[in-house]
Design a protein. Structure first.
Lengths: 554, 516
């Protein structure tokens, strides 16, 4: 054949093969697009009253929340007006919740990628989607996107409050989370209203008086037989319990655990808390794509990362100074759930929930006002759950709830130390923006007294040291400077030469502490004979106190 | 009227016309009848507004696959594909920050075939960048830039620049992290003259870098102004410029007597017995126009030698390349999705933030010196490329691969020099650092003048000058320099793409990148 014809034939073959290839690929793409899409196949398996449902893209659009969630393209029954679609396990209806998913959409609570129409993309478990779905097991964490339950007590307080509610047998007439409120023998429904969400809806504050009056008026039936007046302390516990009855009881529970481990001592939450660690207000929004999972055994899932971070902070996050949280695994899971719930979303006014407004704008506390809760939320991280101090790595945090210490110190000493902190130590002053209010410091002091089981000193010790300054200087250098620094600046032991300390520590307190030591810390009792440290006579102690007090003038 | 027509039924003529209408529509649309003879084939070409950019006959030399590898047509085909898919994407794309990202998500997840179209658009754009570079290499290595095609080479460089501009402006449109930080890097490259003005402490009065950046972004940062600018450039201004330049590029090919071929092309081809008549000698015909048109006209005095009709020979070839390009783009689109990272977040910089791949060689140079990488060396390269046809006034080897003094052996040695020098310089810098690491207090201007980029440029330049002297031929120097330039581009781009991690540090693979 001629060359030109050969060339043309080659070109013809090229054209033919390429064209067939393009046609085949386009046809394949068209088939994929129109028949093989995951959501199309899922919808094709569905039927409504025996009729197949139309296969079409479905979505829940909420202009206010600025969401367009196509999750209902697969989870069809959760869409608006799509009841009774059957044929696929995915067509399960949404469990009854306060916010109708057909109106609110899905991602606002669950996270994930609402615009996506394929499983992995939609569930957000892909690269480059910063908001993966919250695991179903801790789904209530999603409530934290908009809500912030105020006045949550620490775990023990909450348990006691719940125990009180149960001990008083309120469940005989009232239903909570589907339990209790048994039918009366003489017919009719529940006597008392359902209290499951009474923390949101509110209840009659004068309930006790009305209960008493009704019981007195009744001549038979449960009112006569079942009700007796409730002591005042128990009324308070019941009120505390009812105040946190909302639609997310598990999240409240998790929050109560969070408020028991002293996290706020170092971290801020919505502006309240310490400044040692990072702000936790949006800690649940951590982008997994920007997170190092190298040292997390499961290697994936933000919940795993957070849980492992509680177990060994330094390993998971290089350079973290956070002490490991000494908590049982169940508490770690609760803490993880709560941290996952720490997220924020810009909400239009109409969608801003009351609790968030109360917390963000009205200054309402997210924690309950009792001493145990505030101690749990702010102090327990360092001073231990029961105030007996703790050691983490090479750091020792002093015991403060031991009777020996509590007997020595005045209310003023404790209050001022909490308010002003211990300069040079990790103890911050809590009288600050985002810190504790005077009333809150007061209940913490009360709580410490109660923990120690002593009433403590109310009168200041009027004893004044009148020893030899020179002798004191010598003795201080020999016995104290090793831990407290040669100028009282502190080293291994706390600083003594600060005004904040000397203004609240009376000379009597110094004398007694030197003589009797601080149980729960390395500070020994110098008044007692020992083989490891020198023994000081009362005269020696007086000289040292005289010397230390010289720093007060500085 | 004649009696015979009177006897016909009244509507007969109407029916006849109606029956003939389809054929007549076809005849009038494609004047000149079926392209079955040589004459009608010619009419088919010059009677068609789109086809008449081609000459009616094409030289057999040009039709050989090895002559051009179809790279120019492939580039055009890729452009047509991006044009079609791009217009389709415009139906859904909304050029406003954040909304843009949502609309890409919509295109990806909801719009029927949207993802597919976006993938094709993205792949065709990348194919276009690759083929335009290869096309330039082909034109260079076959010395096709020589007289009378000098200026067409310059126009081709303009087309390369516009192609890169189109690709770069399109990069921002998805408004994801990848786009945002790539454009931030790109804008910083535009700002690179600041390195020199800062060192001279005259930025306050004379700040061309800041001006370029502001011109590009319309603001201090990549924001809505930048997005609308990039959008307008991407969908309107640059495509119009590209189409304009392409028209001139094609028209000049025709005016320059087809593609470049060796003077002895006819002897190099096998004799053509041919089904179609092939003119091996000038036919008996006259060119009236030749009397009034000055300069070169297509065939005066030489006759259309070893040519065959463009219809169908050339058109099969062109359509074949078009469909092959389409096939490649479609296949790539099925295999690999266009990237879409998380929504652009100005407060979370990507580390490393990388420019689009074809600028990663530049970014590598910018890491050495912003001014030299961003302005200095690109200017030298562009000036060098633009001057090639005006410095090489030789004729040996036109139309032949690696034609000219030295030939393929020279190019082989230049490949060794090009790859060797660039890899050695990179390895040295990665292993031992550069002046800044050795003498931290040294002035910026010293680093600007003396950095790995300028060193590499100097090596290539010196090698090329040596070649010019050794072969006594500018073409030989050009062959060496162009080859070195391609090698350097390749090495720097590969290093920038695969071996640079956070803070632009060297890593063998991304798996070694430190995690935060």
């Amino acid at each position: 054949m001629a060359e030109a014809l050969n060339a043309m034939k080659k070109n013809k073959i090229l054209l033919l093969v390429s064209s067939i290839g393009v046609f085949v690929l386009l046809a394949a793409a068209a088939i994929d697009e129109n028949f093989l899409k995951q959501w199309r196949r899922i919808q094709a398996s569905g039927s409504h009253d025996g009729e197949p449902i139309p296969v079409q893209l479905r979505q829940v659009v909420n202009m206010g929340l600025r969401t367009a969630d196509r999750c209902v393209s697969c989870h069809v029954s959760m869409g608006p007006g799509e009841d009774g679609v059957t044929g696929n396990a995915l067509f399960k209806k949404h469990p009854p919740v306060v916010h109708d998913p057909a109106q609110y959409g899905c991602t606002v609570c669950h996270g994930g990628q609402g615009l996506a129409t394929e499983k992995d993309d939609a569930h957000g478990t892909v690269h480059f989607w910063p908001e993966p779905m919250i695991p179903a097991a801790v789904a209530e964490a999603g409530c934290g996107t908009c809500h912030a339950a105020p006045g949550v007590p620490s775990r023990d307080t909450l348990r006691q409050a719940r125990a009180t509610f149960e001990r008083l047998d309120c469940g005989a007439c009232h239903r909570v989370d589907g339990r209790g409120g048994t039918i009366r023998p003489d017919g009719g429904g529940m006597e008392g209203p359902d209290l499951s969400r009474v923390g949101i809806t509110g209840y009659d504050a004068g309930w006790h008086g009305k209960h008493v009056a009704k019981a007195a008026a009744a001549d038979k039936g449960p009112w006569k037989t079942s009700f007796a007046p409730v002591p005042e302390a128990d009324q308070g516990a019941v009120a505390m319990y009812l105040a946190v009855r909302n639609s997310a009881p598990r999240l409240t529970e998790a929050k109560s655990v969070f408020l028991s481990y002293g996290c706020l001592g170092c971290h801020r939450l919505s502006g309240v808390g310490g400044d040692e660690g990072p702000d936790l207000t949006r800690a649940g929004e951590r982008d997994p794509g920007q997170t190092d999972f190298t040292h997390v055994p499961e290697q994936q899932g933000l919940d795993n990362w957070i849980a492992e971070h509680f177990r060994s902070p330094g390993a998971v996050m290089t350079g973290s100074k956070m002490p490991a949280v000494a908590a049982p695994e169940s508490d770690i899971q609760q803490l993880t759930m709560f941290v996952l719930s720490l997220r924020r979303r810009e909400l239009p006014g109409a969608y801003m929930p009351k609790d968030r407004i109360a917390v963000a704008r009205m200054g309402q506390r997210e924690f309950a006002p009792d001493g145990a809760t505030i101690y749990g939320a702010f102090c327990a991280g360092c001073h231990g759950l029961n105030g007996l101090g703790r050691t983490s790595g090479d750091e020792t945090f002093p015991a403060i709830a031991n009777p020996e210490f509590q007997k020595l110190v005045t209310d003023r000493f404790l209050t001022e130390t909490i308010a002003r902190g211990r300069p040079g130590r990790r103890m911050p002053g809590w009288k600050k923006e985002g810190g504790l209010r005077p009333e809150e410091i007061r209940v913490v002091v009360e709580h410490l007294r109660a923990l120690a089981g002593v009433t403590g000193r109310t009168e200041e010790d009027a004893w004044k040291a009148n020893g030899s300054t020179a002798e004191g200087r010598k003795l201080y250098a020999a016995a104290c400077a090793g831990c407290h620094g040669d100028k009282g600046q502190g080293a291994k032991g706390p600083s003594l030469g600060t005004r904040a300390f000397l203004e609240v520590a009376t000379e009597g307190y110094l004398r007694d502490t030197i003589t009797k030591g601080r149980p729960g810390t390395v500070m020994p009792a110098f008044g007692e004979p020992s083989t490891v440290h020198r023994t000081l006579t009362p005269g020696d102690v007086e000289s040292i106190v005289t010397f230390i007090n010289l720093w007060k003038g500085k | 009227m004649s009696p015979s027509t009177e006897q016909r039924p009244p509507l007969a003529e109407f029916w006849d016309n109606l029956r003939a209408a389809p054929r007549r529509i076809l005849d009038t649309a494609f004047r000149g009848g079926s392209p079955s003879t040589d004459r009608t084939r010619s009419t088919f070409v010059f009677g068609n507004v789109f086809l008449h950019l081609h000459s009616a006959r094409v030289h057999r030399w040009t039709l050989r696959w090895t002559a051009t590898a179809g790279l120019g047509i492939a580039t055009t085909a890729a452009f047509l594909i991006t044009l079609v898919t791009g217009v389709l994407l415009m139906f859904y794309y909304k050029p406003y920050p954040d909304v843009a990202y949502q609309s890409i998500k919509d295109i990806h997840f909801v719009v029927p075939t949207g993802r597919f179209m976006r993938n094709i658009h993205r792949w065709a754009a990348n194919v276009m960048v690759v083929t335009v570079i290869l096309h330039m290499a082909r034109a260079f290595y076959t010395a096709a830039y020589r007289k009378p095609r000098e200026f067409n080479w310059v126009i081709g460089m303009g087309l390369l620049a516009v192609t890169l501009g189109l690709s770069f402006t399109g990069y921002l449109l998805p408004w994801d992290q990848l786009a945002y930080w790539a454009i931030t890097i790109g804008a910083n490259i535009a700002q690179s003259p600041r390195e020199v003005t800062d060192a001279l402490e005259i930025t306050e009065w004379f700040d061309p870098g800041g001006f370029q950046r502001a011109l590009l972004l319309g603001s201090e940062v990549v924001g809505e102004e930048a997005l609308i600018r990039f959008y307008l450039l991407h969908v309107m201004i640059l495509p119009l410029v590209l189409v304009g330049l392409m028209s001139i590029h094609f028209w000049r090919i025709r005016k320059d007597g087809g593609l470049a071929r060796p003077v002895d092309a006819d002897q190099r081809l096998e004799p053509e017995p041919g089904v179609y008549p092939v003119f091996t000698q000038a036919p008996e015909k006259t060119y009236q126009l030749a009397a009034v048109v000055e300069g070169r006209t297509p065939a005066v005095g030489r006759g259309p030698e070893n040519t065959v009709p463009s219809m169908p020979h050339l058109f099969y070839a062109e359509l074949g390349v078009l469909m092959l390009t389409t096939l490649i783009c479609v296949a790539l689109s099925i295999v690999s999705d266009a990237p879409l990272k998380e929504l652009a977040n100005p407060s979370v910089p990507e580390n490393p933030a990388k420019a689009p791949w074809y600028f990663l060689g530049l970014q590598e140079l910018v890491a050495f010196s912003a001014f030299m990488g961003g302005i200095g060396i690109p200017t030298i390269v562009l000036a060098g490329l633009g001057l090639i046809p005006y410095l090489d006034r030789e004729s040996e080897g036109t139309g032949l691969w690696f034609g000219g003094p030295g030939g393929w052996p020279l190019v082989k040695r230049a490949l060794v020099v090009g790859f060797g020098a660039s890899i050695l310089v990179e390895a040295f810098v990665i292993r031992y650092g550069w002046i800044r690491e050795w003498f931290p207090s040294v002035g910026q201007l010293v680093v600007t003048v003396l950095n790995p980029g300028t060193l590499l440029t100097l090596i290539y330049g010196a090698y090329s000058v040596w070649l010019v002297k050794r072969y006594r031929s500018t073409r030989a120097g050009a062959l060496g320099l162009f080859t070195c330039f391609l090698c350097g581009f390749l090495v720097l781009t590969v290093v920038g793409t695969y071996f640079r991690g956070p803070n632009w540090d060297f890593y063998w693979s991304p798996s070694q990148w430190p995690r935060h």
